[in-house]
Design a protein around this ligand. Sequence first.
Ligand code: AMP
Length: 607
Amino acid sequence: MSKFKELGLCKEITDALADIGYETPSEIQEKAIPQIINSVADLKAFAQTGTGKTAAFSLPIIEQIKTDSRATQAIILSPTRELAIQIERNIKEFSKNIKGLSSLCVYGGSNITNQIKSLKRGAHIVVGTPGRTVDLIKRKALKLEDIQWVVLDEADEMLNMGFKEDLDKVLSVTPADKQTLLFSATFPQEVERIARNYMDNPIEITAGTKNKGADTVEHEYYLVSERNRYATLKRIVDMNVGMYGVIFCRTRRETQEIADKLIQDGYSADSLHGDLSQGQRDFVMNKFRKKKLNFLVATDVAARGIDVTDLTHVINHKLPDQLESYTHRSGRTGRAGKEGTSIVIISSKEKRRIGQIERMIKKKFTPKEVPTGKDICSVKLMQYVDKIKSLEVAEDKVPDNLEEVTKQLKKLTKDELIKRFVYNEFETLLNYYQKAGDILADNSKSHDRVADENMQRFFVNLGQMDELNPARMIGMINDHLDKKIDIGQIEILKSFSFFEADKSFTEEILKAFEGANRNGRRISVEKTEKPKTRSRNRDRGRGGSGGGRDRNRGGGDRKRSGGGGSGHRKGGNDRNKSGSGFRGARDNKEGFNRKTEKSSRRRRTRD
Ligand code: AMP
């Protein structure tokens, strides 16, 4: 008997699973499928990407859908369009033998009228991104009366991406007796809040260890100076023959730049980020999926829905701002039981973050040395020799004058011949690495404070005194902009702070904060210069009272405002007011109905 049948799935489904090669249920599937089939209790599942969670929630829902009704019975929310499409594609595969079962994917950025028409035709399962789903609910195109299941897939990511209100909305307007299934890789406060407010005594299940990266992933880091980051990336790629991976960058510009450089240097790479149109993104993803590209250079958000199971590597060209994103990044490799490696390129100032990640994922990183030119040449040479050894020669295509060639070459000894053949093939590479020098020898030099030229630095008249911390700073920026953007370095000082953000958002940021207030106090955000000095003294001053232009400027600003001159601060009382922190307002309950009771639902079966 099929192992999936033992979990309570019907033959139509188990046959479909056999067709796509699912033989043994994964841990999360083993735990979630019978639970969802046999109980109406809400479910809180700790599951990383790549654990098979899509099937874990989709299969028991498909099993129980009533196909004799046309009503929508399940809503599945996912953070990105790509992931939503992937889930719905899986659902279609899983349910291909079930007559009359229909599913639909809805997402922003595409024609809503067509989606409304499709909904009118009926869809038992709707998979959607939160914003578009709420939109369709508001337009009464997505009917809720018969909703039996709401799935929040990658709940932490949805909240990270600012979909808090949309999730609240969907959960509060769907019928009280629905079964809520929440899947998340991490459980920060905001996810717990959703669970607390909208779930009744949820059953908890875990696949793997909470907050931990996939066990099949090895973690490595390369410590290099800032200016050698790209050269290191190339050497890592050169050393790892057959690498098929995602290179993560923090900003769209950085992503495009790295992809452009790699392409220019002859690597099979392309970029995936939010500045590309959907058509361009689909095109790149298709090429990558078909392995016509070895490397996808991507931002975190764009890479969320990558549906590729056999990535050999994930490279963090730069670490993400939020450490939890590292779990998501590294989780793109080592999927479905395969082995993978997550590589981090760091500069000395980021080194402490390795320790933080190690504590988070409960695994140690292996420090690696940047391969020397000689190492790379030798790997490439052996690769070339292997190719020559296994080359199948089409006899009819060999030139006629082979005899003459042989006669000429006979004058050389075998060793001489091999030497020339290797030199001829590798001259460019050898010359390149001779000129490139040794990256290791460079590490001791202090180049780390070279600023990222794609980032704009901003001054904010709020600091530690205002209970500002990096997470709150990011939250505040995203809230005002009403979207998530790439934030660079953040410096929180006593009474003022600095942050860097993708240059292309400069005007938008300044506009977003125009007239902005926090607890009655005006927030002032201004453009400022990036630090140009790289002296050790300045470094030591970080986080303290330190000198330098920025600090003088900031200090002056606070002084001015403290005296009421610039109007940035109204006075001491204001400080007290804001002392309670600016999260309060956002954390208020939104007044949506909290689910209070769940009627015992009649089990539905198709037959
Ligand atoms: P997910 O975590 O749902 O994104 O799944 C990760 C990958 O594993 C997907 O490509 C699935 O198709 C694959 N997968 C999930 N469950 C199984 C299974 N039981 N057997 C084989 N492959 C699976």
